[in-house]
Design a protein around this ligand. Structure first.
Ligand code: ZN
Ligand code: ZN
Length: 413
């Protein structure tokens, strides 16, 4: 690694620790990292201690071992979730640790794995450590998802480049999208960026639209009702222990909570969806009263079916997000095969679980109260992209007033 790259990576690590999770003095920092990302993870560990973390715990993972596991493991073993893992998650929640997760998936790696085993694993994980998911999705403590290339990922994104070149190019694109350059102060730039996102959130929160209507030439014609007292979020967030943090680096989105029973019409995807290692392409979903009642896909329709049939909530929406078509990631015109990037290129929806932070008082509501307001619950939360160059979005208020929010794919408010 040359000196220039090392300096940029140190800036990136510092950005993630200071702005991403904003680790506090004497706080525990947890890093979920693929083994291939070890050189960068070592920089994160050091930045973590420098920022005052009392300890930095790294939870290593390996995609190849993961695939081997699913190939050979018996279902009985998946069900027998070991205590030591449970205790690890309990410890992280009890400590209110800050959690950094490095996203570097290998697209298509798990495509031949029996989907039933992965589904069973999701169900068991939810039963045993659902409390961890609830803690994190409710911003119980700070968390941040970032990316770092692996060769396996890079050659999927740039199939015409040789391995090292593909890796370096993907690293450049990740740093560019994360606003880390040779000659800038990314921490300061992020503060400004978060400020702009906060402005969109504030305007949308003031409007309190009853519904949004999406329409484009591809065939999307969808009305999404929002829950009452919804909150638009995105960019910077405040954890329950009152610390500002940025859950995604990069991020361009402003998002809120759809009503689980009030979505009607058709949505047409504009980017492939990488789900459990399978690439679902050119798909449509038809909604009636919030539920997908019809669907089609040019490829991997079975994977889409398995997502929609995973549980009651996986065929309903948990998130609607607005992103200008002219965002930097969209302009790069690269398909990253990684939701963290691709979702920031385009307006998106998520099938599955909603975020309690997207409604006033949501963190303190019981399951029954959440159900009553139209909050969607699922073990899945899968984003898919449907924004386009010609997307029109119109918001309708309770009194019937209409406000144009998007024209030709971009925010006009
Ligand atoms: Zn989103
Ligand atoms: Zn999402």
């Amino acid at each position: 690694m040359n000196q220039e790259t090392l300096l940029k990576l140190q800036k990136y690590a510092s950005l993630v620790v200071k702005v991403g999770v904003n680790v506090q003095p004497k706080q525990l920092l947890v890093i979920n990292s693929p083994v291939d990302c070890a050189p960068f993870t070592r920089l994160l560990v050091e930045e973590g201690y420098k920022a005052g973390a009392k300890n930095v715990m790294v939870r290593w993972s390996d995609d190849i071992n993961n695939k081997t596991y699913y190939t050979y493991v018996e279902e009985e073993e998946i069900k027998a979730f070991p205590d030591y893992l449970l205790h690890q998650f309990e410890y992280i929640v009890r400590e209110k640790a800050a959690v950094i997760s490095i996203s570097a998936p290998t697209p298509g790696l798990l495509k031949d794995v029996n989907p039933k085993k992965m589904q069973l694993s999701s169900i068991v994980m939810n039963e045993k450590v659902g409390f961890y998911r609830k803690h994190m999705m409710g911003n119980g403590s700070q968390w941040c998802v970032i990316a770092y290339p692996t060769i396996a990922w890079a050659v999927k994104v740039f199939p015409n480049l040789e391995e090292t070149e593909a890796f370096n190019t993907l690293l450049d694109k990740i740093l560019e999208a994360s606003r880390v350059r040779n000659n800038n102060d990314p921490v300061r730039e992020w503060e400004e960026h978060i400020h702009i996102l906060a402005k969109h959130n504030r305007l949308l929160n003031e409007h309190q639209f009853e519904s949004l209507h999406f329409k484009n030439a591809l065939g999307t014609d969808l009305t999404v009702h929002l829950v009452e007292n919804h909150i638009w979020g995105g960019g910077g967030e405040r954890s329950q222990n009152d610390v500002m943090f940025a859950p995604n680096i990069p991020t361009e989105e402003t998002f809120t909570m759809p009503h689980k029973h009030k979505v009607n019409g058709r949505v047409v995807s504009t980017k492939p969806l990488n789900y459990q290692g399978k690439l679902i392409e050119d798909f449509t979903l038809d909604f009636v009263d919030g539920k997908v009642v019809g669907y089609d896909a040019k490829s991997e329709k079975e994977a889409l079916k398995s997502l929609l049939e995973l549980d009651e909530g996986s065929s309903r929406l948990g998130e609607v997000a607005l992103i200008s078509y002219d965002s930097p990631i969209s302009k790069s015109n690269i398909l990253f095969f990684n939701t963290l990037f691709d979702e920031n290129a385009s307006c998106h929806l998520a099938l599955g679980n909603a975020y309690t932070m997207n409604v006033v008082g949501g963190h303190g509501m019981s399951d029954a109260e959440l159900e009553a307001i139209g909050y969607n619950k699922s073990i899945a939360h899968v984003d898919f992209m449907f924004g386009s160059r010609d997307m029109e979005v119109v918001g309708t208020k309770k009194d019937g007033t209409k406000v144009i929010l998007f024209q030709n794919g971009n925010f006009v408010i």
